[in-house]
Design a binder for this molecule. Structure first.
Ligand code: ADP
Ligand code: 5GP
Length: 203
């Protein structure tokens, strides 16, 4: 059975990575697409694990070769999702998280209308700023740019199937798990891996 695409968008610093890392070890057949980016690695980030860090030239070559399911310029850097890597996971029956911005989400919705989409919001702007600062990975200038973009990204929230507020981490993670389980049970999908064998009745 083929897996499903799960679009995940959230303003930078909302806690999307934290939530995903929390639930991944407890769910089967769930994986994460590692994007390509031209952004330089942050301290602690590893090539091939957090991102495939590429030059602008390599990124452009991948665009030209049709290698991306979607790509976009976000906060002044390029980010893209490898079509080949995603297809390999889906073919093996894995549901695949795509941590992408609102521009990428639009492209995936068009290319794969069966994808479900989740938007994660911060509980408030001051808390969002505090999380970005506490993460300690971005300069003041970058934080200001990301906060400004976050407010713009929130305008697209109505285009998403599910909205999760990341206030208390445990609750947000539970909500995310519930959404994925609900997605797997949706009637228009055939993802249980178990062929139905129910008698017709009258027996
Ligand atoms: P994103 O992947 O959305 O950019 P991160 O997962 O890196 O965000 O989280 C940003 C910061 O906020 C991290 O320092 C993380 O530990 C913290 N954080 C995430 N979720 C919560 C939460 N529910 N309450 C408090 N801090 C949180
Ligand atoms: P960061 O630099 O904080 O890791 O990510 C910045 C933004 O880029 C986030 O909104 C994240 O969702 C988005 N992003 C990460 N990977 C991709 C991708 O492959 N495609 C698109 N469109 N956005 C991405």
């Amino acid at each position: 059975m083929k897996g499903n695409l799960i679009i995940l968008s959230a303003p930078s610093g909302t806690g999307k990575t934290t939530i995903v890392k929390k639930i991944m070890p407890h769910m089967e057949r769930l994986t994460f697409s590692v994007s390509h980016t031209t952004r330089p690695p942050r301290q602690g980030e590893e090539n091939g694990i957090d991102y495939h860090f590429t030059s602008k030239e390599q990124f452009q070559e991948l665009i030209n070769a049709g290698g991306f399911l979607e790509w976009a310029e976000v906060h002044g850097n390029f980010y893209g999702t490898s079509q080949e890597a995603v297809d390999q996971w889906l073919d093996q029956g894995y549901d695949v998280f795509l941590d992408i911005d609102v521009q990428g989400a639009r492209q995936v919705n068009e290319a794969a209308p069966d994808a479900i989409s989740i938007f994660i919001t911060p509980p408030s702007w001051p808390e969002q700023e505090r999380r970005l600062r506490d993460r300690g990975t971005d300069s003041d200038e970058t934080i200001a740019l990301r906060l400004n973009n976050a407010k713009k990204e929130m305008r697209d929230i109505d285009d998403y199937d599910f909205v999760i507020v990341n206030d208390e981490l445990e609750q947000a993670a539970e909500m995310m798990k519930s959404v994925i389980l609900a997605m797997r049970a949706m009637s228009r999908r055939d993802t249980t891996g178990t062929p139905l064998n129910i008698p017709d009745g009258d027996n």
